[in-house]
Design a protein around this ligand. Structure first.
Ligand SMILES: [Zn+2]
Length: 127
């Protein structure tokens, strides 16, 4: 018989459930359920303080999860060149006036500086 672990409600010990058949004459009329540690008898199956089974085995770990499809990491969208004070756009090029290089509106930058509306006067041609 497989052992069944319980945490006894009488003695508080992690023990095994003793399951003894009760016979009346030659016929089995029931089972006596008791604690292997203290012998406390449980009146019925419902009263048996079965030890909680461990959570179902974790088949998938965090590492197995497919990477969330996110265009921007959290917070990154706040530092997009598009919103940066150094971002200059004209019909031909998107340009970072801080790094003096071409950028995309969707680039992000650690030196992001929030800028207001794009001022057409703040053009690449002004440098
Ligand atoms: Zn007990």
């Amino acid at each position: 018989m497989k052992t069944v672990e319980i945490i006894c409600s009488a003695c508080g010990v992690e023990a095994f459930l003793n399951r003894e058949p009760i016979y009346e004459g030659f016929s089995k009329v029931g089972e006596e359920l008791s604690c292997s540690a203290c012998g406390h008898r449980f009146a019925s199956e419902e009263e048996v303080p079965f030890k909680q089974r461990k959570a179902a085995p974790v088949i998938f770990t965090e590492a197995d999860r497919s990477k969330k499809v996110q265009i921007f990491e959290a917070g990154e969208a706040d530092t997009l060149c598009h919103y940066c004070a150094s971002y200059v756009v004209n019909p031909f090029v998107q340009f970072c006036s801080r790094h003096k290089k071409e950028v995309q509106a969707t680039d992000s930058c650690p030196e992001f500086e929030r800028g207001g509306a794009k001022n057409p006067a703040n053009s690449i041609l002004g440098f």
